[in-house]
Design a protein around this ligand. Structure first.
Ligand code: ATP
Length: 448
């Protein structure tokens, strides 16, 4: 069976052209695998983050939000195992000076032609693999000495573990409960790439759920199911999603069980992790107890017992899900009766960066004024675009390409009877709607 097509190159170009994603510091030649979100990209990613925050924090009373700092006490990373163990095996090629992950050579390309994997050309001279720590190091304060070394966090989770008791006690939470946060993480990846799939600066949305030992596997199953459902609700196609269970050999040092939610990015990339659901046991809290000499136990008043909770973690990359949503949504279609087809981002309307575009059919007869009044009215509730340039067909195409679910046209009839046409991005159906009903009409269709 043929897999999903590779749309990455087309997406990279669309994202740049239409203001979703630009290469960081492009005028200087770009920074390796760091990307900036443009006006439409920031809306899309923010909508995805807001959805996660709503599902994980605001709609529940057993999960609290947190926004911990990126810079943490350096002992944190000794306790977590990152200083010693957050490493990838690295090989250098003495011929081409390339650097590759020894365990992912099959995904890498030697710069020599014809294109082959590193080590396969006669001239390749790969070194022995050595361990390369992925954490970015910097110095805190004015002195550059070893005592001042701090790290840019490689994951947001540790900010949650060290605040476990602060949150539990201040919010009078009882186990089981969770702490969630969204924030930047940094990894000096050896082979970043595939656009925003693997970058050196990215955003994570993580939740640690603290449970009584013995109840952990039941919670693990619940969170696995809940997180898969979240991706489906986001609009990712069922046939592009699957679970991948980590075998004993793949399990991270802290994990008792782990499943990845994988998404099929199409082409040769295929199924790749977008989220991890992990049973971390009591590894992290126990380590932080040891390294900080502070108790991180929970006192169960009802049963009069003390214990270190186990942790079920759900960890998803905001950028990776944004990419999955874009890949999932991208399609090219023929249009009946027209020679030129159209490109559509069939995003779930709830996460589309622009919810509605308003067009006057012509630039006269009071149509632009009426269209602008509609824009002003809708802006309080939705992100709205106004466009009066080019043919109506061109204006539709521009909106289809960025995923705008509704195009509202003010035409000759509108100024007389106060109705407009609303065109649906996917079905192309046009409804005639009374201007006074427009907000409610759109709101009903944007739920989901
Ligand atoms: P991978 O094996 O792809 O490097 P990982 O197993 O190291 O990922 P985790 O540490 O479990 O990833 O991180 C959780 C999530 O954070 C991932 O599922 C992914 O969505 C996101 N993520 C991790 N590393 C990156 C990165 N370099 N760029 C973008 N997102 C990332």
């Amino acid at each position: 069976m043929a897999g999903f097509p590779d749309v990455m190159d087309k997406l990279v170009s669309l994202c740049k052209r239409r203001g979703f994603i630009f290469q960081s510091s492009e005028i200087y030649g770009g920074t390796g695998s760091v990307w900036d979100y443009g006006p439409l990209g920031v809306e899309l990613k923010k909508n995805i983050k807001d959805r996660w925050w709503h599902a994980m924090v605001r709609s529940r009373d057993d999960i609290e939000g947190l926004d911990a700092a990126i810079l943490m006490h350096p002992r944190t990373w000794e306790a977590s195992g990152h200083v010693a163990g957050f490493v990838d095996p690295l090989v250098d090629c003495k011929t081409c000076k390339g650097r590759f992950r020894a365990d992912k050579l099959e995904d890498a390309k030697c710069p020599q032609k014809p294109s082959k994997q590193p080590g396969q050309h006669d001239a390749c001279a790969l070194t022995e693999a050595r361990q390369f720590n992925l954490m970015f190091k910097t110095h805190m304060g004015a002195l550059e000495e070893s005592a001042s070394v701090v790290y840019l966090r490689p994951e947001t989770a540790q900010g949650i573990f060290v605040n476990f008791l602060n949150v539990q006690q201040s919010m009078r939470q009882k186990v089981p409960f969770g702490i969630a946060q969204i924030g930047k993480a940094f990894r000096n990846e050896i082979t970043p790439g595939n656009f925003i799939f693997r970058t050196r600066e990215f955003e994570q949305m993580e939740m640690q759920f603290f449970v009584e030992p013995g109840t952990d596997m039941a919670w693990f199953e619940q969170w696995k199911a809940a997180r898969m459902q979240w991706h489906l609700d986001l609009g990712l196609s069922r046939d592009r999603l699957e679970f991948h269970q980590h075998s004993a050999g793949e399990l991270a040092h802290y994990a008792r069980a782990a499943f990845d939610v994988q998404f099929d990015f199409g082409g040769t990339l295929g199924f790749q992790e977008i989220e991890g659901v992990h049973n971390r046991g009591d590894f992290d809290l126990t380590q932080h107890q040891q390294f900080s000499s502070k108790k991180l136990e929970y006192f169960d008043q009802v049963n009069n017992k003390r214990y270190v909770p186990y942790v079920i973690e759900t960890s998803v990359g905001a950028d990776r899900v944004t990419l999955a949503a874009l890949v999932n949504a991208y399609r090219e279609e023929a249009v009946e009766g027209e020679t030129e087809g159209r490109v559509v981002l069939g995003l779930n309307p709830a996460i589309a960066p622009i919810k509605a575009a308003v067009f006057p059919l012509t630039k006269k007869d009071g149509q632009p004024e009426m269209a602008e009044r509609i824009v002003a009215d809708l802006r309080g509730a939705f992100t709205v675009d106004y466009d009066e340039t080019g043919s109506i067909g061109k204006r539709y195409r521009r909106q289809d390409e960025v995923g705008t679910p509704f195009c509202i046209t003010v035409d000759g009839q509108s100024t007389g009877d106060q109705t407009v046409t609303v065109r649906d991005r996917d079905s192309l159906a046009q409804d005639r709607v009374d201007v006074s009903q427009l907000k409610g009409y759109l709101a009903a269709k944007l739920v989901g």
